[in-house]
Write a protein that binds this ligand. Structure first.
Ligand code: SAM
Length: 261
């Protein structure tokens, strides 16, 4: 599947407002504890995650399958290294020198097997992970419409199609799946809500079109719903952010806090 820079730019302000501030701050603190630390952003697109961190002294390695998006990223964050790579090959992740792995609006495209493998790669390399803006399956609309539930069910079915990351995507179950895999491996995992809160405008229009089209592909009749949705005054799209530190880091921070006066 492809994502163009216009769509990523359209969603960028809503993404920036949605990120859970506490988890972003903790990820930033973790990253900057080592001077000149390197972060690897998976599915970087035009580099929105690096811009969200906005942290001087941090080096970024931006990875994506789409060279056009990475060209935009290189213009916006000239100091960043860019890597064109298909993430279906997790064994080839360029982890050398990395302290934190990040991703935004990516996990819901991934299968359970891919997420499990990612967790094991992170554990082997003793790396923390910050994964933001993963869709959680909840859509709320004001005013309500009788077809909201049917359209949401169709959209969520569509979310579970093959998206190129190791098999059928987990969609709304992706973040809990990664959280569980990391917890099993001894990571300290935190999760926080990061919903889009949308008012009338171009993003809400594009989102509504996209949801209607995706639900229609699963057999839901969406025309009346889409027409009625022209009157939407507010919509909320559920998302979650995750930050997890590896066992060695947790042990270190425990030791530090015990030995501090
Ligand atoms: C929804 S966009 C998010 C982009 C960016 N992280 C952001 O928050 O604006 C998903 C990104 O994942 C990338 N992507 C999807 N599947 C991929 C794959 N198999 N390998 C590498 N990148 C992939 C897309 O090219 C796109 O840039």
């Amino acid at each position: 599947m492809s994502f163009d820079a216009g769509w990523l730019d359209l969603r960028a302000p809503a993404d920036a407002a949605a990120r859970a501030p506490d988890l972003l701050a903790r990820a930033r603190t973790y990253l900057t504890a080592t001077p000149g630390a390197l972060a690897l952003d998976l599915g970087a697109g035009t580099g929105a995650t690096a811009r969200a961190f906005a942290t001087p002294g941090v080096r970024w390695r931006l990875l994506d399958a789409d060279p056009d998006l990475l060209a935009h990223a290189a213009q916006r964050t000239p100091a960043a290294e860019t890597v064109v790579m298909d993430l279906s090959r997790l064994d080839a992740l360029p982890l050398a020198g990395v302290r934190l792995v990040t991703a935004s609006a990516l996990l819901d495209l991934a299968s359970a097997q891919w997420l499990d493998t990612l967790a094991r790669r992170l554990a082997q390399a003793n790396l923390a992970v910050y994964a933001a803006l993963t869709y959680d399956g909840s859509l709320e609309w004001t005013p309500a419409h009788p077809d909201d539930a049917a359209v949401a069910a169709g959209f969520n079915r569509h979310q579970r199609g093959e998206k190129g990351l190791g098999g059928p995507a987990l969609g709304p179950d992706a973040a809990p799946c990664l959280a569980a895999a990391l917890t099993r491996l001894g990571f300290r995992v935190s999760v926080a809500a990061s919903p889009w809160r949308l008012h009338p405008g171009a993003l809400l229009d594009a989102l509504t079109d996209g949801i209607a089209a995706a639900a229609a592909e699963t057999g839901v009749e969406t025309r009346a719903w889409r027409q009625a949705r022209a009157a939407t005054v507010f919509a909320s799209v559920g998302q979650v952010d995750l930050f997890a530190t590896p066992p060695a880091a947790s042990a270190q921070s425990k030791t530090t806090s015990v030995s501090s006066p």
